[in-house]
Design a protein around this ligand. Structure first.
Ligand code: HEC
Length: 136
């Protein structure tokens, strides 16, 4: 991720300076569209430039839906399984004004669990062939 930060900032700067950067009020309207390719949705080196999200199936749905209220960082920071993502979405709907996502919810949760999976267990494997010795 760090490697791309510079590139992302360069692109943001470029977009801003040539006036391509569209205003926030349009985002909510687009949030349920699965396919919309504009300069706002450029993908460079496998990264959705505006948000920093990894490219993958459903990335535009996530980019359009999940960065309306907060940055994508809060999304990428969290590694959850399907059940917990659905709970988090329900919590945002109950308390933060997130709308009903309809069939996009599955697309979003699939994207998140595929591209930002739970960390693998870090416990080491059991030791084998130990030469025990008697304490004297
Ligand atoms: C309607 C506004 C809104 C939208 C749209 C939205 N969120 Fe949120 N979300 C919030 C708010 C508000 C918070 C709390 C932010 C904070 O604590 O600073 C939050 C927090 C979170 C958190 C942190 C939860 C925690 O336990 O700390 C995650 C993860 C998250 N959102 C993911 C998503 C994803 C994924 C989507 C797309 C489906 C999404 N958000 C779309 C409003 C929204």
């Amino acid at each position: 991720m760090k490697k791309y930060t510079k590139i992302i900032y360069l692109f943001l700067l470029l977009f801003a300076s040539i006036g391509f950067y569209s205003c926030d009020s349009d985002k909510k309207k687009d949030a349920t569209e699965t396919k919309k390719v504009s300069d706002d949705d450029k993908i460079v080196d496998g990264i959705h430039v505006r948000t920093g999200l990894k490219d993958g199936k459903g990335v535009l749905v996530v980019a359009h839906t999940c960065t309306v209220c907060h940055s994508a960082d809060i999304v990428m920071m969290n590694r959850m399984n399907e059940e917990r993502w659905n709970e988090t979405i329900k919590w945002m709907q109950k308390t933060q004004g997130l709308w009903d996502l309809g069939e996009n919810q599955k697309i979003i949760v699939d994207y998140l669990t595929t591209n930002y999976p739970m960390p693998k267990a870090t416990r080491r494997a059991n030791l084998k062939n130990i030469n025990w010795y008697d304490l004297k």
